[in-house]
Design a protein around this ligand. Structure first.
Ligand code: ATP
Ligand code: MG
Length: 428
């Protein structure tokens, strides 16, 4: 036998039986974002490698070891996007959309990172990422957090809690950076290889280490929040006060620094205790310096991304949503003429009932087989068309999910009869 082709490690199929949860999350996200005035946009999966190096920063896990980078036939170094923000900012600049304008945007799709695959951590994963550009905050920071809180409520997700912090400005970080470097140098022997490299390149990154052996050392490090500049402190206090006023519980976590380089001031993360080690479901923050760093005119920005796989896991933990039915109406046909006519009838019903899913039995089969398929399709109503019905110009309409008897309808009235039957049908 020919050998099977294996899937790529860390890249998942989403099967029809699992898609209901994805649709619930994608629909809720789209509706909530639309209700807050955010517009969808789409950017390429592939960008020049340099974009991510500049936007995300060299001393990060993503750029140091997780990017899918390749040289294309034209000799250019390209990278599969590891996150959404850099591409969206690049697009705003390339399309001349800044110039003092403000944008509230979102995009969704697959992201690629060469990480060690495990539960909740994949090499292809999906995000909804949301960006607001041209707003200095903190009002927009608060709106974004309120929006996420609303989304969890809409989805019935309860086991998440909010952590926030402020990273101050690059200037205020400089003073802190010196204190941190002094502390880390004094503990040089306890640093792992990554941290030693980052100590020289970007010492704040050390605080974002995922190595459990580094935890105690990081816990005891000087705290950035103690070194905030006045304006950043005010910004942060505004954020905290408004969250309290809105009744959104939060915890200030002075160790929250986030993995990407471009953040300033507000950072936040929604954490769950329901998924084990992969506990972040939504992470974001303010990136006032990013657009300038990419060659655009300096414009404040803030955004966040949520991991759809982790939200799907949270949603299905409480009980997997039922698989979506493929049909509302299933047409059972018997006999050659009725089968041929069935194709026309199905098209006519799809014209008349555009909101309904109409499935025609294909590939023949006796009544028993066809009714088994009708049952599996999830249809609430079967239409039965045999030679006898066809000769009399009628079809039978049979509710499938309760005991009400079957009735007959003249073919021209069939769509109305189906609507009536569906209106009274009880889905199980
Ligand atoms: P983590 O700390 O879990 O590595 P991160 O800080 O790298 O997350 P971001 O880059 O901010 O995460 O991405 C935002 C969200 O995307 C995360 O909160 C998480 O829900 C999801 N996410 C990130 N990496 C992965 C992955 N490899 N597989 C699945 N989801 C992911
Ligand atoms: Mg990560």
């Amino acid at each position: 036998m020919t050998e099977q082709i294996q899937p790529v490690r860390g890249m998942n199929d989403v099967l029809p039986a699992e898609i209901a949860a994805w649709h619930i999350i994608e629909t809720a996200a789209r509706e909530v974002l639309t209700a807050y005035g955010y517009q969808e946009m789409r950017v390429p999966l592939v960008e020049r490698t340099e974009l991510f190096q500049r936007a995300i920063g060299e001393y990060t896990d993503v750029v140091e070891k997780e990017m899918y980078t390749f040289v294309d036939q034209g000799g250019e170094s390209l990278t599969l996007r590891p996150e959404g923000t850099a591409g969206v900012m690049r697009a705003l600049i390339s399309n001349g959309m800044l110039r003092g304008q403000r944008h509230k945007l979102w995009c969704t799709g697959p992201m690629f990172r060469h990480e060690r695959p495990q539960k909740g951590r994949y090499r292809q994963f999906h995000q909804v990422s949301v960006e607001a550009v041209g707003f200095p905050g903190p009002d927009i920071d608060i709106e974004l957090i309120a929006l996420t809180a609303r989304l969890w409520k809409r989805l019935g997700i309860e086991r998440v809690r909010l952590e926030i912090n402020s990273l101050g400005t690059p200037e205020s970080r400089r003073a802190y950076r010196e204190k941190l470097v002094e502390y880390l140098r004094a503990h040089h022997d306890e640093l792992d290889a990554d941290s030693r490299r980052r100590l020289e390149g970007n010492p704040l990154r050390v605080l974002d280490s995922k190595n459990p052996d580094m935890r105690a050392l990081i816990e005891a490090a000087p705290v950035l929040t103690d070194h905030l500049d006045g304006e950043s402190r005010e910004h942060f206090q505004g954020l905290c006060a408004a969250l309290e006023a809105l009744g959104i519980p939060f915890r200030v976590n002075p160790r929250l620094v986030r993995g990407l380089d471009y953040y300033s001031r507000t950072v936040f993360e929604w954490i769950t205790d329901a998924l084990g080690a992969q506990d972040a479901v939504c992470s974001g923050g303010r990136y006032d310096g990013l657009i300038g760093q990419l060659g655009g005119e300096s414009t404040p920005g803030i955004g966040f991304a949520m991991g759809i796989e982790r939200l799907v896991a949270l949603l299905t933990q409480a009980g997997a949503p039922a698989a979506e039915p493929t049909a509302d109406v299933y047409i059972v046909v018997s006999g050659e003429r009725a089968s041929a006519y069935g194709l026309q009838l199905a098209e006519r019903l799809r014209d008349a009932l555009p909101e309904r899913r109409v499935e025609l039995n294909l590939g023949g089969g006796n009544f028993k087989t066809q009714f088994r398929r009708a049952d599996r399709s999830g249809a609430a109503v079967a239409v039965i068309l045999g030679e006898d019905e066809l000769a009399r110009g009628v079809a039978a309409v049979k509710p499938l999910r309760h005991d009400a008897g079957q009735s007959e309808s003249p073919l021209p009235d069939l769509a109305a009869a189906i609507q009536t039957a569906l209106a009274t049908a009880v889905h199980t």
